[in-house]
Every structure is written in C-alpha cells, then in structure tokens.
Design a protein around this ligand. Sequence first.
Ligand code: AMP
Ligand code: GLY
Length: 422
Amino acid sequence: MNVLILGAGGREYSIGLALKKDTNVEKIYFAPGNGASDTIGENIEIEDFSKLADFAETHAIDLTIVGPEAPLVEGIVDVFKERGLTIFGPTAEAAQLEGSKIFMKNFLARHDIPTAKYIETDSLQEAYTFIETLTAPIVVKADGLCGGKGVIIAQSHEEAKKAAGEMLSGDSFGSAGKRIVVEAFLDGYELSVFAICDGEEYVVLPAAQDHKKLLNNDEGPNTGGMGAYAPTPLVDDAIYAKLDERVIKPTLKGMKEEGMPFTGVLFIGVMVVKGEPIILEYNVRFGDPECEALMPLLKSPASELFYKAAIGDLKSATIEFKDAYAVGVVMASKDYPYKSSPPAEIIIDDIYHEELNENAHIAYAGVSRGTDGKLYASGGRVLVCVGLGQSIKEAQKNAYLLVGQVHFSGKQCRTDIAYQVL
Ligand code: AMP
Ligand code: GLY
C-alpha cells in the first residue's frame, strides 16, 4: 500500500521508519516531512486539507496517518472521510479531547474517570474563589491549544491568581486562554500510555515515560520532551488493569455514546498517585519523543495496526510487540527551548560496531538539507538517538553510544534518560 504521513517531526520520521520495514508498504510520502525523511520516502509541500485529499486521490494513497494535533483539531479527518479516503486519526469533534481542556475535563467528570479536582471558568472572581480552596502548588490551564505551553504550575496562591488573570485577559495565550481550568496539583510519577483505537476496539502499547525538563534530574525549564523509554516497569499489571477498566473502556464507550467514536491514538497523560492512575490530560496523537521509542518495539507490521484501526477493524488484527526495551535520547540545539539557534551541520561518525548498527538508530526531527546536500540542525529538537536492548540499561547504553557518534555545534542532551528506573 501507499502511505501519506502528515507532519515534520521525529514522531513522523519514526512512523515512516516502521512502515519502511513493512513489506506491505510500497511508497511513503511525507507532508511536509523534514530534511531527512526524503531518505525514507518523498516529501511533498502541500498544506491545504482539500489539496492533500486531491493528492491522496491522484497518488493512490491507501492510508493517511496524521502526526500532530493541529490538523486533527482543524478537521482534516473529516475532509478526508467526506472524500471516502482512509485516514488514521480522530474527527474534529473527537479531537476536542485534546483541543479543549474544558471539554476533556467535563468528559472525564461525566464518565466518572479519575482526574484532579477542578473548575472551568471564564470569570476571574470564580477562579480566585476556587484557588483559595486549594493548597499550593496550583495548576492553571488555558482551554485551547497553546503548543504545549498553556499549563502553569503556580507555586503560590498569588502566582495562580496572576496566571489566571493573564490568561483570562487574553494577554498570555490570546483566545485559547479566554476560558481556563483551575485544578489541584497531583503529586506522583507521570506516565504516557497510548491506546490505538478504531472507534470501539483498542490496542494498548507498552507504557512509556517522557522526560519533560531540559536538564538532568528533571531540573530546568519544561520542553516538548528530552527523551523517553518504554516499556516502563513503573506500570505493573495492576495499573494496566486499572487503566483499562477505569479509563480506556469508559472513554471509548463514552465517546461512542456521545456520537463521536474515537479513532486514532488516545494518548493518556497519567499521574500515578499512591498506586492509583489519575488522568492529567488526553492527547489525540502520539507523544514525541515517546513515539520514537515505541515504533521500534512493534513486531507486527505497522501498516496492520494503523490501517485496521483506520477502517474500524482492529478486532481482526493481532498486534505483537518485541520482548525488548527502547530508550530515546533527544539531541537539541544550543538555545532550545528558549529560542531558535543558527543552523549547524550534523556530522555522524561511521559506526563500525555491527551490534550498535543493529541496536541503535536515529529518528530525525528538526533537520533540513542544505543546497550542499548536507544535513543541518535547524529546529529545537534536532534528532533522537534510539537504543534497543534486552534491558533498559542495555537500551540506554546503546542510545548513548550513538549519541557519542553525533556531532553538531551547540548540541545538548540529557545524560540520564530512564534514570527513574535504573
Ligand atoms: P497537560 O498539558 O495538561 O498535560 O500539562 C502539561 C504538564 O503539566 C503535564 O505533563 C504535567 O507534568 C503537568 N501537570 C498538568 N496538570 C497537572 C496536575 N494537576 N498536577 C501536577 N502536574 C500537572
Ligand atoms: N512528549 C509529550 C508530548 O508529545 O506531548
């Protein structure tokens, strides 16, 4: 089959790598892709949804996979479905699970799915009153999409009130902050759980842990994610069972009952508090860099998973995962996450070590190809070095051996990915 992947990051690159290994897949296109995805498939420069659908029709695309949340929330799946095209992802209505934090929190409340105590409001007075009932830290969230920046963990009541005021006035996030969620802080460890859903059935992927802070030991500012590993032993059978019964099943049932069956990746941001999984948020797409760690663990053909989910036939699929671990280490540019950095040439040493070649690879993200044909670091998160192994320690060793082979001016990475379980 021919597959079109929408997006430009390491997430989409890693989906491309998984499809490339799949003998059912003939041709892969990326829109727009990045400076390295042209080694996996062909990059195309189309943004408009109906023009993308035209492309899918004229190029006999059997399956389109949407990487990022924005086109999902903006309704690309609806456009493709109206044209009778097969696409993996939720409709705009179902994508509200990520597109509106208020929708998500109210949905959780309606279906009795465990989440932090909250209010949603557009009134500063109401926000102030609720803030007074909580103990710091206090969490204030803009309702709409803010590129991962719309959540403030306030360390005091004053800071929470200030954040609420700045959001509601439109100063900090424009219209995305005109309504807000104020909620209690959850103290525990955070996990990323992904369920591939076809509207009714689902497949749960090995649980992953992201590292959101820039620096070792979870210090420094928040980022999109500096590394991830999977499966994490922090999720035992008891937690999987609770997630299944209390979260995933009621979510899919609830979405169906409310007339918006969920197809695509349900990304469950979980905080485990005293052994109980509490939902922080839903996203409607893969996490990045979690996806880069998960894709190489897939044993079954990637097309089987995504295609069967897209056509609503997961029950006929047998999806298997390797009995292995993956660790992904993000290499970022000099000024990430503060500002963009000047392009820097990427040089990768030849790897003569057969075992490393087999057990480590790069998922390229913020890279572009120069007119000289060379690869340049051009984005914040430049690439992810992914190591595989029979233990997390071995996977981590392979990832960092590969990190040692990669050079570009100003490169930075954490040296402790997976530290919580080692
Ligand atoms: P969200 O986009 O809602 O996942 O929030 C971004 C990040 O803020 C999460 O990944 C958590 O690290 C943190 N966070 C959000 N809500 C809470 C909460 N209620 N308690 C503790 N941390 C939170
Ligand atoms: N790594 C977290 C995210 O993609 O939102």
